[in-house]
Design a binder for this molecule. Structure first.
Ligand SMILES: Nc1nc2c(ncn2[C@@H]2O[C@H](COP(=O)(O)OP(=O)(O)OP(=O)(O)O)[C@@H](O)[C@H]2O)c(=O)[nH]1
Ligand SMILES: [Mg+2]
Length: 195
């Protein structure tokens, strides 16, 4: 079957809630610490390396970027926390904006919390999960860079996250090896069907 993310396109980059586009489809927020692998995952979903900018230098994504998957779904690439030292002027506290976004944006259907499989559930991840719980928004923990660890460590990390979050479904992916990406696509598409 054709990859439903193949035609994903960049739409807008915004710095605040006011500048966001009209709510004309479901939205899923891609969140996680800087360097967690959000943009790489997005590119793997779309099979397009040029879609979102990825970098070894944390903090290269500085705006919330809206990507249109199809008529029914948008993905929002949220810059990670902990920005590059060289770019202090662009440092931004997303906290207040996210609160407003979670509260007002009815089309927000789910939040993906990307975490490096080698160090999941840092404080900021727990805060994000707390925000989802406060606003009753579904969240999906996704452990990234699974190619960096053994199968055993992979299993243990997933178990730890399941136990700590109480969530049954924890995905593991490798954007590099194209592992778990199909399953992530299926989850994202299912969110777009939520009422
Ligand atoms: N080995 C491996 N490296 C990966 C994988 N995914 C991402 N990386 C690397 O991790 C680094 C950060 O990836 P990004 O996708 O830019 O991370 P990000 O979460 O978008 O970071 P910010 O935009 O700063 O929030 C890059 O050097 C990627 O090449 C993976 O599946 N395997
Ligand atoms: Mg990024």
């Amino acid at each position: 079957m054709k990859n439903p993310f193949k035609n994903t396109m960049f739409e807008f980059g915004v710095l605040n809630y006011k500048s966001m586009p009209n709510e004309d489809c479901s939205e899923v927020l891609l969140s996680g610490r800087s360097n967690a692998g959000k943009s790489s995952a997005l590119n793997a979903l779309a099979e397009n390396r040029k879609l979102a900018r990825t970098s070894k230098t944390p903090g290269r994504t500085t705006e919330i970027n809206f990507f249109r998957v199809n008529k029914y779904l948008r993905l929002l690439d949220l810059p990670g926390y902990g920005f590059a030292k060289s770019d202090k002027s662009k440092k931004k506290d997303w906290g207040p904006m996210l609160g407003e976004y979670f509260q007002k944006r009815c089309c927000l259907k789910a939040v993906v919390v990307f975490m490096d499989i080698r160090h999941p559930l840092k404080e900021i991840d727990i805060e994000m999960i707390g925000l989802c719980r406060d606003f009753d928004i579904e969240f999906l923990p996704v452990l990234t860079k699974s190619d960096k660890v053994s199968n055993n460590e992979n299993f243990k990390a997933r178990q730890q996250v399941q136990k700590q979050t109480g969530v049954k479904e924890v995905l593991t992916i490798s954007a590099l090896k194209d592992q778990g990406i199909k399953k992530l696509r299926d989850h994202l598409i299912s969110y777009s069907l939520y009422e």
